[in-house]
Design a protein around this ligand. Structure first.
Ligand code: HEC
Ligand code: HEC
Ligand code: HEC
Ligand code: HEC
Ligand code: HEC
Length: 452
């Protein structure tokens, strides 16, 4: 009886609202309005090649995304009783990972995405694509993809594409200058992720950048996301510690030569997923980016005490190191002490044969909790941040280790800062037989002799 009343009430509200404004709960856009990226590539060939197989292009096909989404959802559905707040979060991934599908009404949830996997329209599987980004006009909130869009009407009437040029005059589509596209806020609208019910900050790349020295408040000196990630190209990692030279060229066939064309590789630290799509160019670019992100130093103060400080400085990233979904990512210190004959006498953070890390490993990451201080793996259950020891932009964090007491003589300490897109153990648990063996990337190394 009660539920009937609720249904009637919401129906009346919706009809009332629909008469007033057009019912907001139904999608505003249709799939036919969006143009296939390969069509854009007909004139923007270089940009298309860069974007193809990028993390944005494969945001839906990404097997790690899909298997984690399935795992969180199954876990949330298997609770007794099911917690609806949790379920809402576990269903919400589609907003960012299959955005054209979501805003045109299918799939509206992960359940729907996974069940219609074989029948998803091809264009929605192209992930975060040209006509999605370039028809965005503004954002209502700078998190959870709260954008406002003005798409055209398909290829017959492509409409306005918004970008950084004030004087573009293409003849097939109309062009308009958009200052929004030149700002970090644009990227930040997806790169800040909050739990849809609890509000827990799950990813905070944009917030981290906002508080960083790269955001000076003056548009002439600020380095937005685009200032590193859309200057990046093979051989030009474009980080905070390496030059970010302009990339002169042409944005399209028929367009004028310009001083800088923003690149569209959208490479971060992920070398595994582009590699699964046989994109060795992007896999290599990710490694190059990681190798220019951090500085590693060994500080041996009073050597007699056997206390060693290991300092990591974030010299290259415009946000914390690492950033994004850092409950899953792993950046850690591998510390090995060898004696004068090269024999290992002590080690911390050395992965075993399966790639699993020992408990004493120093890992820079975020841990979420259930609201009562208990760590959770399923982000749908995340009510609080229990810890976050990641390194803010241009800052240094020193971790201390104490060498075993029995060591006497001369030794060499070898430290490596390592990165992997996820905890191998978590990937093996979640993905089972589909599990991928993840590459470990060496970001920085340091070596120091010590006499004890
Ligand atoms: C028939 C060729 C053609 C096709 C197809 C095409 N474009 Fe363009 N586009 C151009 C030209 C030419 C320019 C102007 C380049 C310049 O001025 O440097 C341009 C400019 C742009 C700009 C810059 C706008 C600005 O003011 O900064 C964007 C964004 C853009 N196109 C997006 C798209 C998208 C998205 C698609 C696919 C839906 C697409 N284009 C398809 C020819 C094309
Ligand atoms: C994640 C969103 C996103 C996606 C996906 C995307 N772009 Fe862009 N694009 C941008 C932004 C942002 C800029 C402007 C950067 C700036 O001015 O700081 C831009 C710039 C451009 C420009 C202006 C020329 C330049 O590069 O400087 C063109 C043309 C363009 N994009 C076409 C495309 C095409 C074609 C695709 C698909 C193959 C595409 N874009 C995919 C966000 C996107
Ligand atoms: C000063 C240059 C710089 C700026 C500005 C910058 N980044 Fe990065 N970004 C990097 C470097 C270097 C890495 C590789 C190290 C890492 O993974 O953090 C990176 C990595 C990333 C990653 C992958 C993180 C991971 O490990 O999964 C994402 C996502 C990302 N950046 C998004 C952004 C966004 C969004 C902005 C703007 C809010 C931004 N970046 C601003 C340099 C920059
Ligand atoms: C529609 C939401 C959306 C927008 C807008 C967006 N991104 Fe992303 N971005 C994502 C998602 C989702 C992924 C991860 C895709 C996956 O899991 O395969 C991603 C991945 C990335 C990565 C690769 C991270 C890695 O681990 O290697 C970089 C770099 C990045 N984005 C930068 C940007 C920049 C710069 C902008 C602004 C010009 C931007 N993004 C705008 C949603 C977005
Ligand atoms: C508001 C946008 C947004 C929503 C909603 C979202 N994500 Fe993401 N997701 C991102 C961005 C941005 C990245 C890239 C961050 C990075 O590289 O560190 C990402 C990356 C990922 C990755 C890493 C993929 C890889 O190959 O390394 C996984 C896994 C993932 N998301 C799972 C999920 C799941 C599961 C949900 C729903 C419970 C979800 N995401 C909801 C924006 C979003």
């Amino acid at each position: 009886m009660k539920s009937k009343i609720i249904i009637t009430v919401s129906f009346v509200l919706c009809v009332g609202y629909a008469l007033f404004l057009g019912c907001k709960s139904t999608p505003h856009y249709t799939l036919a309005q969006f143009i296939n990226p390969s069509t854009c590539g007909g004139c923007h060939d270089e940009i298309y090649e860069q974007w193809k197989n990028s993390m944005h292009n494969v945001a839906q096909k990404d097997i790690i995304y899909k298997e984690f989404a399935r795992f969180y959802l199954d876990d949330s559905k298997s609770q007794n009783p099911v917690n609806n707040d949790e379920l809402k979060e576990a269903e919400s991934c589609v907003k960012c990972h299959i955005p054209v599908g979501y805003i045109t009404g299918k799939p509206l949830s992960v359940t729907e995405e996974l069940s219609m996997e074989k029948d998803l329209p091809q264009i929605t599987m192209e992930g975060i694509q040209c006509d999605y980004c370039h028809t965005i006009v503004e954002a209502k909130k700078h998190y959870n993809a709260r954008f406002v869009y003005k798409p055209g009407n398909g290829e017959a009437d492509p409409g306005v594409k918004r970008g950084p040029f004030k004087d573009a005059n293409p003849d097939w589509h109309t062009a308009a200058y958009s200052s929004f596209h030149t700002k970090a806020d644009f990227c930040g609208t997806c790169h800040d992720v909050r739990h849809v019910v609890y509000g827990t900050k799950l990813e905070t790349t944009f917030e981290e950048w906002s508080k960083s020295p790269y955001n000076t408040g003056d548009s002439k000196t600020t380095v937005p996301c685009q200032g590193c990630h859309m200057y990046h190209r093979p051989g030009v990692p474009a980080t905070g510690s390496t030059p970010r030279p302009a990339n002169p060229g042409f944005a399209a066939f028929g367009g004028p030569q310009r001083d800088h064309i923003f690149t569209h590789y959208f490479v971060g630290g992920n070398s595994v997923i582009p590699g699964l799509f046989k994109d060795t160019v992007k896999a290599k670019m990710a490694q190059e980016r990681l190798k220019n992100a951090a500085l590693l130093e060994i500080e041996t103060g009073d050597s007699n005490s056997g206390t060693v400080g290991i300092a990591v400085t974030n010299v290259g990233a415009g946000h914390k190191l690492p950033t994004g979904l850092t409950d899953v990512r792993q950046m850690w210190l591998e510390i090995v002490v060898v004696n004068q004959y090269g024999r290992e006498v002590y080690a911390v953070g050395k992965a075993d044969k399966k790639g699993y890390l020992p408990n004493n490993t120093i890992i820079f990451k975020t841990v979420f909790g259930d609201g009562n201080g208990k760590p959770v793996m399923n982000i749908a259950k995340a009510k609080e941040v229990l810890s976050d020891n990641r390194i803010p932009p241009k800052q240094k964090i020193t971790s201390t280790i104490i060498l075993p007491k029995g060591l006497k003589g001369s030794y060499t300490i070898k430290v490596r800062l390592l990165y992997r897109i996820a905890d191998q153990k978590a990937v093996d648990t979640v993905m089972k037989e589909k599990a991928v063996k993840l590459d470990i990337i060496e970001m920085a190394t340091a070596k120091k002799d010590i006499i004890l």
